[in-house]
Design a protein around this ligand. Structure first.
Ligand code: GLV
Length: 316
């Protein structure tokens, strides 16, 4: 197949993941010509770029025939920060069952960890203390989810299925069966005082950066828990640490940080009330995510509307 007119796919992430992506894409469409960054070859040959956080958006301006950019994850904040994608090139993200399932599991793990007093029981075990704590009441433990996109909605349904009263907040009004939905600034003020466990699954945009800060944390009932599986930039670390140290927040489970990796001297690492995972809540499986990428490459070629298209103005 000729390449000078732009029919090649550029992959850019860690080397081992690139190999998996290449294999998964080729298995679906053996005619795809795949280039592994930085070996892009003739820049005019690149038609689509499938990239992860490390890739510099300024670099993508080198490809005059680029017609599609795909994020290798659910989030696209890394693609939208300045200078952003080259003008006129559409950006798609992944909406993937395995990715969603992974996040749902991580959220359930942490909601149940706090709900079932696991930190307290671990501390008792360390001290060889045999003592029953009061039985947790699922129907009375209210979970509030920030963000009702693919990940937030799936987590909300799973928690509802376990019997938790679940509320969800989104920028725009949404309706989800069995979930009490809130939106806008007023909705957030209404939801927070009733939220015993707060789960953040928002996209990171200029509007949501720092949302889990002092005001939000103070609006939660005393002794609430905070779970962040979204982006480190959602949380104001100093405010969360203060809330943990004063008892306003009883525990936090954090998968994402700013910067990543979390620096070795960061207080979260050794904080007795903080549970850290290394941005591993949900990891993209190329084999699972590849079909929608190939579908979008075919759509771009045919001039058909893309799936999982990002609204560049909204930022997600
Ligand atoms: C992971 O952080 C993702 O955006 O999928």
């Amino acid at each position: 197949m000729g390449t000078a007119d732009g029919t090649a796919v550029l992959l850019s992430t860690k080397a081992n993941a690139m190999a998996d992506w290449a294999e998964a894409l080729r298995a679906l469409d053996p005619t795809l010509e795949i280039r592994l960054f930085p070996d892009a070859g003739d820049p005019a040959a690149i038609e689509a770029a499938v990239v992860w956080t490390e890739h510099d958006m300024a670099e993508l301006r080198r490809y005059p025939n680029l017609k599609l950019i795909v994020s290798m994850g659910a989030g696209v904040d890394h693609l939208l920060r300045p200078p952003g994608p080259p003008p006129g090139v559409p950006v798609a993200r992944l909406v993937d069952e395995r990715l969603t399932q992974g996040m749902t599991e991580w959220v359930l793990l942490n909601v149940l960890r706090f709900h079932r007093q696991d930190p307290e029981y671990r501390a008792q075990q360390a001290a060889r203390v045999w003592r029953e704590l009061p039985a947790p009441d699922t129907a009375a433990r209210r979970v509030g989810i920030l963000g009702l996109g693919a990940l937030g909605a799936a987590a909300a349904r799973a928690l509802r299925g376990l019997g938790f009263p679940v509320m969800g907040w989104s920028r725009r009004p949404k309706a989800l069966e069995g979930i009490e939905c809130f939106h806008g600034a007023e909705g957030l003020s209404a939801m927070l005082p009733r939220t015993d466990i707060l789960v953040c699954l928002l996209p990171l945009t200029p509007q949501t950066r720092g949302i889990v800060g002092r005001d939000l944390l103070q609006s939660l009932p005393r002794g609430a828990y905070v779970i962040n599986g979204a982006r480190g930039g959602h949380v104001v670390d100093a405010d969360l640490l203060h809330a943990l140290d004063t008892g306003q927040v009883a525990g936090a489970a954090l998968d994402v940080f700013e910067p990543e990796p979390l620096p070795a001297d960061h207080p979260y690492w050794s904080h007795p009330k903080v549970f850290v995972t290394p941005h591993a809540a949900s990891i993209t499986i190329p084999r699972s995510a590849a079909p929608q990428v190939v579908e979008n490459i075919h759509r771009v070629r045919a001039g058909r509307p893309l799936i999982n298209l990002v609204d560049l103005a909204a930022g997600y």
